[in-house]
Design a protein around this ligand. Structure first.
Ligand SMILES: [Zn+2]
Ligand SMILES: [Zn+2]
Length: 295
């Protein structure tokens, strides 16, 4: 009975908008019956204007983020060994497409900086402005770019570019750009045609989609991605996996039932999970009715 999540494990120890020490997050994952748990802390950001809200408030600078991230890496690898007989921790990080001019080099450097086993390829910005920070900021950005559709086209083009460049194992919250669009979120045919290109890139690099309950858990929007995208991905035979997007012990695993329902409703019969085999991580497929907590 595999039970897993590969997008999450953010902790207050290394991320200022999360809670708890990483060890507490991992222990909660063990208690919740996870057999595999991916740790994907946010990568560092390199420019003052890319700092998250709490980092600005706490006057953290990019140099400190680099040190935090190095400390995350050491602790995650230590915990992986420490808890090896209780849970299979897979250590990675979540990307940004920042700084706009040099993200590809930066992300490649981060990936090479330690023994990371996978990455969650995520885009959170368009033109250097975060699309998941507040409804007001996203709306203002859309207006500046010529409307919501224009923003969405730019977002999916950016994600396609990131997928083709970094070839992430997990593609994070594919349609994050509609985070603040509420329960009736949807995309125009023109945007869906652009999503199709993103999915083709995912397929070509062998990536797997993160079915993610982060915003759903907070009552903001349906799980990522929307049913029409998941159904299309299923037809294209693109694999899916689970992501709780946990930001502290109390969000570990919370909402994954909605992800499982979305996967089943899209017609998938199997869910992918990353597991270590002779020292390297590989994707396996589990029949959907076997995917559940260990106890
Ligand atoms: Zn976060
Ligand atoms: Zn994210």
């Amino acid at each position: 009975m595999p039970w897993f999540s590969y997008h999450g494990g953010h902790s207050g120890q290394f991320c200022r908008h999360a809670k708890d020490d990483l060890a507490a997050v991992v222990e909660r994952a063990i208690d919740a019956g996870f057999t595999h748990y991916g740790l994907s802390e946010h990568c560092p950001r390199y420019r003052a204007q890319d700092l998250f809200g709490e980092e600005v408030t706490q006057q953290v600078d990019p140099a400190t983020l680099l040190l935090d991230f190095e400390a995350y890496t050491r602790e995650a690898l230590r915990l992986r060994d420490h808890y090896a007989d209780r849970v299979e921790l897979i250590v990675g990080f979540e990307t940004e497409r920042l700084p706009p001019e040099s993200w590809a080099t930066r992300m490649a450097e981060v990936r090479a900086s330690a023994a990371f086993e996978y990455i969650v390829g995520s885009v959170h910005d368009v033109d250097g402005v975060y699309v998941d920070y507040s409804a007001e900021q996203t709306l203002a950005l859309a207006e500046r770019l010529g409307g919501v559709e224009a923003l969405q086209l730019r977002y999916f083009d950016a994600l396609t570019d990131l997928v083709e460049t970094l070839r992430p194992e997990v593609v994070g919250h594919v349609d994050l750009v509609r985070k603040f669009d509420g329960p009736n979120a949807g995309f125009s045919p023109k945007v869906l045609a652009r999503v199709e290109r993103t999915l083709e890139a995912v397929k070509a690099c062998g990536g797997v989609l993160d079915v993610n309950c982060g915003a759903h858990r907070r009552g903001l929007s349906p799980v990522y991605p929307l049913p029409e995208i998941l159904q299309r991905a299923r037809v294209m035979e693109i694999g899916v996996t689970l992501g709780d997007d946990s930001h502290g012990a109390d969000s570990v695993g919370v909402g994954l039932d909605a992800c499982m329902a979305a996967i089943a409703n899209a017609g998938y019969g199997e869910v992918c999970y990353l597991t270590r085999d002779a020292g390297t991580v590989t994707w396996r497929r589990a029949p959907i009715d076997t995917v559940k907590p260990l106890r």
